[in-house]
Ligand binder design. Structure first.
Ligand code: GLP
Length: 242
């Protein structure tokens, strides 16, 4: 794993945008795996700026997102489709018909997940997958558990994830308890992985990532088995690394 430690959130965002721009500039038809959460917001702002400045062209790019809440349609302000449109896709020159987010309203979520995986495979796979990380080490919505699922699937959310994501909802009760998420198998098939984390509350998960041990009880540790991972951390997120 390539580790880059920078001073703060702003520098992390800029460094991450640069990594993604390098992929698109060398392959204008890149398939980008995108993520939601507070962490990538600054990076998306920087990508919008770069796009407007002519430093990156999304015209022929395809995007596929990691996950979505079950029960929220794309017009729900807390849905991940809404987040993506609002924070990136509506502000860059991407063809919106080639931007994909798992469907949280599907009748059979697991069947929808199989189709999603097939679509990604048919596209030729993800060139770069962006990841944030949960404080408990979850990636996308692959929560700590005794076993992890390979493909895109229906999953329950842990209490700690519901609690931390409740900051975006009126109350904790409003946070959906289930989601559809890309599985670890699909994430690990990505040609490159870019993981970003900022803040002290991510330091423990980052310590696990660099511990040399792999455990389903901390899903992010799986990334140690991938050949091309870049991790960009601010000093606070890197504070427990030796
Ligand atoms: C959610 C998302 C994850 C994200 C995580 C961390 O649970 N499903 O993809 O990495 O939150 O979010 P944040 O970046 O806001 O800390």
């Amino acid at each position: 794993m390539r580790l880059i430690v920078v001073k703060d959130y702003d520098e992390m965002s800029k460094a991450a945008a640069k990594e993604m721009a390098a992929v698109v500039n060398s392959n204008p038809k890149a398939i980008l795996g995108l993520a939601t959460g507070g962490t990538p917001e600054g990076m998306y702002k920087e990508l919008i700026r770069m796009n407007k400045a002519g430093e990156i062209d999304f015209k022929d790019v395809t995007s596929v997102n990691l996950d979505e809440y079950v029960g929220l349609g794309g017009d729900h302000p807390q849905s991940y489709r809404y987040f993506m449109n609002n924070h990136l896709l509506d502000h860059i020159n991407i063809d919106k018909s080639r931007t994909f987010v798992p469907n949280g309203l599907a009748e059979d979520v697991n069947e929808e997940g199989r189709k999603y995986d097939q679509m990604i495979d048919d596209l030729g796979g993800i060139d770069m997958q962006l990841l944030g990380v949960g404080t408990n080490g979850h990636i996308a919505f692959n929560e700590p558990d005794g076993e992890l699922v390979a493909g895109t699937h229906l999953t329950g959310l842990t209490k700690s994830t519901i609690e931390s994501n409740s900051r975006y909802f009126d109350s904790e009760d409003d946070v959906p308890k289930t989601a559809v998420t890309m599985g670890l198998g699909q994430i690990m098939k990505s040609k490159k992985i870019l993981l970003i984390a900022s803040g002290e509350n991510k330091a423990e998960a980052m310590k696990e990532l660099f511990s040399g041990k792999i455990s389903t009880s901390c899903p992010v540790t799986m990334l140690q088995m991938h050949k091309d991972v870049t991790v960009i951390l601010d000093e606070a997120a890197a504070s427990l690394l030796k």
